[in-house]
Design a protein around this ligand. Structure first.
Ligand code: GLY
Ligand code: MN
Length: 496
């Protein structure tokens, strides 16, 4: 497989290429003899209808302005190997598409509203050899949709993405007073084109950055409340995740014989077979590794008698991710001290989930969970009361470490750039989906706690949908109470 190359490196004369060149006869022959596979039967997908509604909301928020939403580009992993492509979340949200190098442009119409154009990579040209000689040619990477096919499926006008930067720059130059905003940081080519065009329009870099930040905050605010289609996606992500956790429990013996990597690979297999990928690097933390919040090296030993903290989420084909944590006794039953810590985290999670509902402040669930954990830490003699003082000074954080949850959706830490008044200082609304994930972590070298606590880390995390009259736990397919965990593990490892 040494013939693949980057488009900027000509094949002829390629260093260490096994073929010195291409004969005229071969070149001519490769142009001919291919059947027409164009499909004329495609209809707009269900998802594309939702994407159109979302674009309307953007259009209404930015009348008279040009809005540019890039998908992002391939990134080099090493030499001529790229990372797997994952489209930018806002692009996928507004287009129902996930093609690399693409960009959605909302061009303001003089009569109001916007004309939407999707710039996409078309099918490979067979006349100029791109089809088989270019690293992104279809012979190497697989058939793409034609622009007409994509237009039919997505309900959008489509153009060749290789023309996007120039066309946008021309449009900016033709109407210098029209405000142009771009979601920055995804496509260096478009960012640079806009910088140049902006300079020509005498808009300062600071002003352009402010406009772009506003667009980002708006998009993240818009994504806070999920539509019905998104909620179904998150439900599906949780279902796949449940099956991934079951796989891990069934294969714990192999993990004990190898390492945490077996757990990572086991969950990954399920996420890839039933979805697009994992939504984030799985945290497969056995024993004291569970006290490291984002333990993703996953190269530690899995020992009987210790706990496994598994924080993992499958991402659907449409890029919606679950984010679920269970802390499991590797031998199948909790020891007394493990159970004491586990039950405290469970009670904190129950208090947190109970505080999630329409009209509640987003902060309520965090405060409810932290109160329970602080109470227990005082009860166990690890913190000195009174409780209100501990909470006011945040002293419980030495052992609880992180915030109790976050929004969830296309990104695992979803809507992170929304305005604070809409998110962390805001009020919950039906359709929001968040995690509730309290934890207790006693570092192995923490001399402030008795030795029996050291090296224990417990987190329990579920994905909670705010409904019209309360909430729904989308990840309820996995047990949470200690005795239910033990029974469930037993049923998977010793089926009747
Ligand atoms: N699942 C990892 C986190 O929420 O940070
Ligand atoms: Mn989380």
């Amino acid at each position: 497989m040494s013939e693949q190359r980057r488009p900027d490196k000509p094949l002829k004369g390629r260093k260490n290429g096994l073929y010195p060149g291409i004969s005229d006869e071969l070149e001519e022959g490769m142009r001919r003899g291919w059947s027409d596979t164009e499909r004329g039967d495609l209809e707009p997908s269900e998802h594309s209808g939702y994407a159109a509604k979302r674009r309307k909301a953007v259009s209404a928020a930015f009348p008279g302005e040009r809005i540019i939403i890039p998908a992002g580009r391939l990134k080099t992993r090493s030499n001529d190997v790229d990372y797997g492509f994952r489209a930018a979340s806002d692009y996928a949200y507004l287009t129902a598409d996930q093609t690399e190098n693409s960009v959605l442009v909302l061009e303001p119409r003089p009569d109001g509203g916007h004309a939407a154009t999707l710039y996409l990579l078309p099918r490979s040209n067979r006349e100029n050899g791109e089809f088989w000689l270019d690293g992104q040619g279809e012979l190497w990477v697989g058939r793409r949709r034609s622009l007409a096919e994509a237009a039919a499926e997505l309900g959008l006008e489509t153009c060749d993405s290789r023309e996007a930067a120039e066309r946008i720059a021309q449009a900016v130059a033709a109407a210098p007073d029209t405000v142009t905003r771009i979601l920055r940081g995804h496509d260096a080519v478009l960012d640079a084109a806009l910088d140049q065009a902006g300079a020509a329009c005498r808009r300062s870099a600071e002003e352009a950055a402010r406009l772009d930040e506003e667009l980002k905050a708006f998009m993240h605010g818009l994504r806070l409340v999920k539509d019905d289609w998104e909620i179904e996606q998150l439900r599906r992500a949780c279902e796949v995740t449940v099956r991934g956790f079951e796989d891990v429990v069934r294969e714990l013996a192999q993990a004990v014989a190898t390492s945490e990597r077996w757990i990572e690979g086991t969950f990954y297999r399920r996420a890839r077979v039933e979805g697009n990928d994992v939504g984030y690097s799985s945290i497969c933390a056995a024993g004291p590794n569970a006290t490291t919040l984002h333990w993703t090296r996953n190269n530690g030993a899995v020992r009987p008698g210790e706990l496994l903290l598994l924080d993992a989420g499958a991402e659907t084909e449409a890029l919606y991710s679950a984010d679920v944590t269970r802390t499991l006794p590797i031998s199948g039953t909790f020891s007394e001290i493990q159970r004491r810590v586990y039950d405290a985290v469970y009670d904190a999670q129950e208090a947190g989930i109970a505080a999630v509902g329409p009209g509640a402040r987003f902060r309520d669930f965090h405060e409810a969970a932290q109160r329970v954990l602080a109470e227990r830490l005082i009860e166990w003699g690890l913190l000195e009361g009174p409780l209100e003082r501990v909470l006011e000074l945040g002293l419980q954080r030495r052992y609880t470490l992180h915030g109790t949850g976050h929004m969830l959706g296309l990104d695992v830490h979803d809507c992170a750039e929304a305005r604070c008044e809409d998110y962390v200082d805001g009020t919950l609304r039906p359709g929001m989906v968040q995690t509730v994930e309290p934890g207790l972590y006693f570092q192995p070298d923490d001399e402030t706690v008795p030795a029996e606590y050291r090296g224990i880390g417990v987190r329990i995390e579920d994905d909670i949908l705010v409904t019209a009259d309360g909430n729904e736990n989308l990840s309820a397919g996995l047990p949470r109470r200690a005795q239910d965990i033990e029974r469930w593990m037993g049923s998977l490892t010793h089926p009747a």
